[in-house]
Design a protein around this ligand. Structure first.
Ligand code: MV4
Length: 448
C-alpha cells in the first residue's frame, strides 16, 4: 500500500480523500493555491505545498508544479479528485512517467471515453444500448440530413469532443438541418478545436440515470447500482438519489450487469460512471465519466462501501474488495449540492461565512470544507458542501433531508439551501417521475 498520497484538488473532495487516507494509515499531502492557504484541506492534511496563484490555470491545473510537489514530499501516488485534471489523459501519462501512480483509470480509457463518438461506438460493440443515430462522425450535411430523415426528427447533433451539455444542437425539422449542422460543427471547432459531430434521435423527456462501476487490474468488474440525477439546471446537478424512484430490482440488475460486463471487457480499472438517458422503460448510453463523481456519497450510503478507499486500493494493485454476491443495497439516500449562490438568480455569492452550524443526527452526512470565518474565494466553483441523508425508504429520506436543511446555518453568504427546501415540497419531485427538463420549466413558471 502507498505510504503517502498527494491530493491534486481542493474543497470538500480534498477533505474526503484526506479522510480516506488517514483511515488507511496513509500520509496525505494537500497542494493549494495562494487563495486556499487557509483551507481545511491544508489544515487537516499531514503536509501541504503551495503550488501557485489563485487562478486554477496557475495552481490546480499547473502540472509541473503538482509533479514537483509530489517529488519534494516523496508522495507515491496522486489522487486528482473530480474536475481539474481528473480526466486529463496527458496528466495521467505524465504522473506515470515521473514515477508516481495516478489514482484513476489508464490514460487510454480516459482518452477513448473522452471522445464521445468513440465512447459510444466502443460500448455499443460491447452490448450497451445506445440511442439510434449515425454510425460515428458525419462531415457532410447532405449525408447528415439523409441519416436524420431515416431516424426521424427531432434529432440532436453532438460534438465528439463535447460532453456535459456543451456542443449540442437539437433539430426539429429537415428544412432546419443543414444550418443547424453547420452551426454545431463551427461551435465544436471554436470550443474544442475539433469539428467532429455525430447525430442521434432526440429523446424529449428522459431521466438522467447513471451506474457506478468499478474495475481492477485483475480482470474484475462490478456495478454498485444507479443514481438518479434528473434534478438539474443548465447541466448542473442539484439533487441526486439512489435508488432511482423509477427503477426496480430487476431493471437495476439488468442494466447494472450490462455496465459491469462492458467495463470488464474494456479492461477498465478504477471508479467510473456510465451515464444513461432513461425514457419509456429503456436505457440509452450517453457518456462514461472516468473519475470519482461529486455524488459518489449517495452510492456509499446505500452500499456501505468507501469508494475513495476502494480507488486507492485498486490503484495500489489490490483486487477489488467488492463482490457483487456480497453487495446489498440498503434504504434510500439523497444528496443536495449547496452552492454559495443566490437561490433565485444563481449569481455566485463568495465572501466570509460569519456563522456555520452543521446538520447532524441519524442518517445525516455533511461533506464540506467550510467553517465559521472561512472566506469562500471567488476563483472556483461555487459548491461549498454536500448534504447527504439516508433513510429506510424515499419518504423517510426526504423528511430527513427537509429536517437537516432546517437545522443547517450558513450565514454571511447566500446559498441554494432555500431552493432545495422548495424542490423537496414539489409534487412532481415527490412523485419521482420528472424528466431532466422539469426543474428548469418549473423555475421559469415560478418567476412568471
Ligand atoms: C441527449 C438528450 C436527448 N436526446 N441525447 C446533455 C448532456 C450531454 N452529455 C448529453 N445531453 C443530452 N443528450 C439525446 N439523444 C438530452 C440531453 C440533455 C441532458 C442530459 C442529461 C442531463 C441534462 C440534460 C439537459 C439537456 C439535454
Amino acid at each position: 500500500m502507498f505510504k503517502k498520497i498527494l491530493i491534486a484538488n481542493r474543497g470538500e473532495i480534498a477533505l474526503r480523500i484526506i479522510r480516506a487516507c488517514r483511515e488507511m494509515g496513509i500520509q496525505s499531502v494537500a497542494v493549494h493555491s495562494t487563495a486556499d492557504a487557509n483551507s481545511m484541506a491544508v489544515r487537516l492534511a499531514d503536509e501541504s505545498v503551495c503550488i501557485g496563484a489563485a487562478s486554477a490555470r496557475e495552481s490546480y491545473l499547473n502540472i509541473p508544479s503538482i509533479l514537483s510537489a509530489a517529488a519534494v514530499t516523496g508522495a507515491e501516488a496522486i489522487h486528482p479528485g473530480y474536475g481539474f485534471l481528473s480526466e486529463n489523459a496527458q496528466f495521467a501519462r505524465m504522473v506515470a512517467e515521473h514515477g508516481f501512480t495516478f489514482i484513476g483509470p489508464r490514460p487510454e480509457h480516459i482518452d477513448s471515453m473522452g471522445d464521445k463518438a468513440v465512447a459510444k461506438d466502443t460500448v455499443k460493440k460491447l452490448g450497451l444500448p445506445v440511442v439510434p443515430g449515425s454510425d460515428g462522425i458525419i462531415t457532410d450535411a447532405k449525408e447528415g440530413e439523409k441519416i436524420a430523415t431515416e431516424i426521424g426528427f427531432p434529432v440532436i447533433v453532438k460534438a465528439s469532443s463535447g460532453g456535459g451539455g456543451k456542443g449540442m444542437k437539437v433539430v426539429r425539422e429537415a428544412r432546419d438541418f443543414a444550418e443547424a449542422f453547420a452551426t454545431a460543427r463551427a461551435e465544436a471547432k471554436a470550443n474544442f478545436g475539433d469539428d467532429s459531430v455525430y447525430i442521434e434521435k432526440y429523446l424529449e423527456r428522459p431521466k438522467h440515470i447513471e451506474i457506478q462501476i468499478f474495475g481492477d487490474n485483475h480482470g474484475n468488474a462490478v456495478h454498485l447500482g444507479e443514481r438518479d440525477c434528473s434534478t438539474q439546471r443548465r447541466h448542473q446537478k442539484l439533487i441526486e438519489e439512489a435508488p432511482s424512484p423509477v427503477i426496480d430490482d430487476a431493471a437495476r440488475a439488468k442494466i447494472g450487469d450490462l455496465a459491469a460486463e462492458t467495463v470488464r471487457a474494456m479492461g477498465y480499472s478504477g471508479a467510473g460512471t456510465i451515464e444513461f438517458l432513461y425514457q419509456d422503460g429503456e436505457f440509452y448510453f450517453m457518456e462514461m465519466n472516468t473519475r470519482i463523481q461529486v455524488e459518489h456519497p449517495v452510492t456509499e450510503m446505500v452500499t456501505g462501501i468507501d469508494l475513495i478507499a476502494e480507488q486507492i486500493r485498486v490503484a495500489a494493485g489490490d483486487p477489488l474488495s467488492i463482490k457483487s454476491e456480497g453487495l446489498r443495497f440498503r434504504g434510500h439516500a439523497m444528496e443536495i449540492r449547496i452552492n454559495a449562490e443566490d437561490p433565485e438568480t444563481f449569481i455566485p455569492s463568495p465572501g466570509e461565512i460569519r456563522q456555520f452550524h452543521m446538520p447532524g443526527g441519524m442518517g445525516v452526512r455533511f461533506d464540506s470544507a467550510i467553517y465559521t470565518g472561512y472566506k469562500i474565494p471567488p476563483h472556483y466553483d461555487s459548491m461549498i458542501g454536500k448534504l447527504i441523508v439516508h433513510g429506510r425508504n424515499r419518504d423517510e429520506c426526504i423528511r430527513r433531508m427537509r429536517r437537516a436543511i432546517t437545522e443547517t446555518v450558513i450565514e454571511g453568504v447566500r446559498t441554494t439551501l432555500p431552493l432545495h427546501a422548495w424542490i423537496l415540497d414539489q409534487p412532481e419531485f415527490l412523485s419521482g417521475e420528472y424528466s431532466i427538463h422539469w426543474l428548469e420549466k418549473k423555475l421559469a413558471a415560478r418567476s412568471e
